[in-house]
Write a protein that binds this ligand. Structure first.
Ligand SMILES: Cc1ncc(COP(=O)(O)O)c(C=O)c1O
Length: 386
């Protein structure tokens, strides 16, 4: 992958806009045509033309070229959020009566789509522990049309044997999507394992500054054209020029940010692992992690997001720890410049908190761009409070 070329030059035709270094935000809703024939051609293949900004527009085109190249894909579509990308991709390949196999505990709004929206159209989903190919095989039904993967998962980091799952899917004419938000294509390339659709929330690492949302699908031209011609245009969730521009800007520093974040994460994990009040760390590239070997085979590196469990069984202690942090912010999302903490118990009514269920005690941490010592001191002080 020629990263320097992709991030600095690919798609940027500076002679068309005054040799400006930063590309323009082409903020228009529609485009004018000189001839009826040109307009007819745009109607015929809106994906290859500029007609109306619900479809493709010039700022987005620069972004699509870069993102497709990063995933070594023929084609890329960018949506207004990761959730929109997931919804469009799944909707494009299912019909009433179909069946989906998904990893257990996928991203929340993917799960809500499977549980609350698709059943209204007679589409069912089976959730599995996706770490063994046998589980995918066992879940197959004659009407299975879609495999949904998230490797690693963004709370428990479980990993799927991606090549094997993609191979099984191919044998059975099943479309595969892998949520690759955790690694980005810099550290894992789903299409190289035979996956059909590589998905990412661009809100996280691609944006990198917690100031915009976006969602990415990369794959073959045939599949993405099918999504574009129906769901992308019909739902109208394509990314708009300013947000596309922010994502281009985010891409410029993606490798640097990831290197720094991954390095700092390992220092923070080292600190937490030796701390007497910490029971456990969940991180795919930690040797104690159950899927460590598979993770090292599939991923070049990882960092940023990990989960830890305090020794205390008490919800009050988890609350006190989180509320004692002075610099690490308590918030959803991840992938930006700022370090974050997210206690699972915040999503559970207090009377339902059950300390015997380990996941109720999960605290997810995202390591941003701060100095490692700064974060470690903050964690150390908060741990002293419990
Ligand atoms: C792993 C993962 N996939 C998908 C999404 C959805 O992305 P967005 O928030 O951009 O809709 C998220 C958001 O948190 C996520 O963490």
């Amino acid at each position: 992958m020629n990263l320097s070329y992709i991030l600095n030059e690919l798609g940027e035709e500076r002679e068309n806009y005054f040799q400006a270094i930063a590309p323009p935000i082409v903020q228009t809703s529609n485009y004018a045509f000189k001839t009826v024939e040109d307009l007819r051609r745009a109607f015929e293949d809106e994906m290859s033309d500029y007609l109306y900004s619900r479809g493709i527009h010039p700022t987005l085109d620069i972004l699509r070229k870069k993102l497709a190249a990063l995933d070594d894909a023929e084609e890329c579509l960018v949506f207004n959020s990761g959730a929109a990308a997931i919804f469009a991709a799944v909707l494009a390949f299912v019909k009433s009566g179909d069946h989906i196999v998904s990893v257990r505990n996928p991203y929340t709004w993917a799960q809500r789509m499977f549980d609350n929206i698709l059943p209204r159209f007679g589409i069912t989903t089976t959730y599995i522990d996706g770490s063994q190919i046998q589980h995918w095989q066992n879940a197959l039904q004659p009407n299975t049309v879609f495999f949904y993967l998230e490797s690693p998962n963004s709370w428990n980091y479980s990993i799927q044997p991606v090549s094997e799952v993609a191979g099984l899917a191919k044998e059975n004419n099943i479309i595969t999507l892998l949520d690759n938000s955790y690694c980005t294509p810099l550290y894992q390339q789903p299409l190289s394992f035979g996956i059909d659709l590589a998905m990412q929330t661009a809100t996280k690492y691609i944006s990198g500054h917690s100031d915009t949302l976006g969602g990415i699908l990369c794959g073959s031209r045939r599949l993405l054209k099918k999504i574009f011609d129906t769901e992308y245009l019909a739902i109208g969730s394509g990314i708009q020029p300013f947000n596309a521009w922010l994502l281009i800007r985010g891409l410029r520093t993606l490798p640097l940010r990831l290197q720094r974040i991954f390095h700092t994460t390992k220092q923070v994990i080292r600190f937490l692992k030796q701390h007497p009040k910490v029971e456990k760390i969940l991180f795919p590239l930690d040797e104690s992690f159950p899927h460590y070997r598979l993770a090292t085979q599939q991923m070049k590196d990882a960092g940023g997001l990990f989960t830890f469990v305090l020794k205390t069984p008490r919800r009050d202690d988890i609350v006190r720890f989180c509320e004692s942090l002075q610099h690490i912010l308590m918030a959803v999302s991840w992938g930006g410049h700022e370090s974050l903490i997210l206690p699972k118990c915040a999503a559970i009514p207090p009377h339902e908190f059950d300390s015997s269920r380990e996941e109720h005690r999960y605290i997810r941490m995202y390591v941003g761009l701060e100095e490692a010592d700064y974060l470690i001191r903050d964690l150390e002080n908060a741990l002293e409070k419990i």
